[in-house]
Design a binder for this molecule. Structure first.
Ligand code: CP
Ligand code: NVA
Length: 297
């Protein structure tokens, strides 16, 4: 049976911990794994732009001895030139895995349903599980133990926030989420995380005593037209020096990137010594290599 990663919910706690153990080995001993996916090819289907996701999957696949093929938005014209089901069935005859970055989440489920090979979510409007896994791995590296630790997510209750909630629920990490009214995370994510999550409408309340402060853009890909309006709605949710002062001493600063400096986060905070945004970005590759080995090998 093939296994997909469309959501964190596809993984048990044990599977996540296995991915994290393998990630640690991959980081320590790159050479040992240099042929583990030899002869395998990964298709990267992107309907939105990307820096980290595309490059980390491509380089990761290369470092494991495999190949990847990038298919840009215009290339497949998914659902217009050809149905998702037909693309899934065709690609399954050539390749060993598919990463899909798309808009509606049901596109991913459709791809997973018809592909005979594993399908990995490279971001949808609903979720970004590879990001959340890399984020939690990074927090674990820095804080060692989640016990008694608190993550505060401040900003839009978007795809990144949903996946963080699902991941915190699985791993038992406490999480406060502060959003403007009407911008809360998805009901399903809040429901899954009900034992670990609290929601707020004020950033100041959410970051109190937090060990980690996390934010993301106020307008995600596909919401560009709302960007100006959102700047007004979210202006009290900026991660700046004054907000950081309210958090726990030495609180870590996280952002999935790309960042809109001066909007959801100030330059000063993202460049501060407690900012670990580029460690997060680096860990995308290590964690995804572990995911690729688990799913494709
Ligand atoms: N964080 C993230 O997924 O970045 P990209 O959009 O550049 O892939
Ligand atoms: N929420 C952002 C995340 C980018 C990695 C978006 O969907 O554009």
């Amino acid at each position: 049976m093939k296994k997909d990663l469309t959501s964190i919910q596809d993984l048990s706690l044990k599977e996540i911990n296995d991915i994290f153990s393998l990630t640690a080995q991959l980081k320590k001993n790159k050479n040992k794994f240099s042929q583990v996916l030899s002869g395998k090819t990964l298709a990267l289907i992107f309907q939105k732009p990307s820096c980290r996701t595309r490059v980390s999957f491509e380089v990761g696949m290369y470092q494991l001895g495999g190949n990847s093929i990038y298919l840009s938005p215009g290339e497949l014209n998914l659902g217009v030139r050809e149905s998702i089901a037909d693309v899934a069935k065709t690609l399954s005859r050539y390749i060993d895995g598919i990463v899909l970055r798309t808009f509606e989440h049901h596109n991913l489920l459709e791809m997973a349903k018809y592909a005979a090979v594993p399908v990995i979510n490279g971001l949808s409007d609903f979720s970004h599980p590879c990001q959340a896994l890399a984020d939690i791995y990074t927090i674990k590296e820095k804080l060692k133990d989640f016990k008694g630790k608190l993550l505060a997510y401040v900003g839009d209750g978007n795809n990144v926030c949903n996946s963080l909630l699902f991941a915190c629920a699985r791993l038992g990490l406490k999480v406060n989420v502060a959003t403007p009214e009407g911008f809360q995370p998805d009901e399903s994510a809040l429901k899954a995380a009900k034992n670990v999550a609290k929601t707020f409408y004020r950033a100041e309340e959410a970051v109190k005593d937090a060990d980690v402060i996390y934010t993301d853009v106020w307008a995600s890909m596909g919401q560009e037209e709302e960007a100006e309006k959102r700047k007004e709605i979210f202006k009290e949710f900026q991660i700046n020096r004054n907000l950081v002062k309210l958090a726990g001493k030495n609180a870590l600063i996280m952002h999935c990137l790309p960042a809109h400096r001066g909007e959801e986060i100030t330059d000063e905070v993202i460049e501060s010594k407690n900012s670990i945004v580029f460690d997060q970005a680096e860990n995308r590759m290590h964690v995804q290599k572990a995911i690729l080995i688990k799913l494709l090998k």
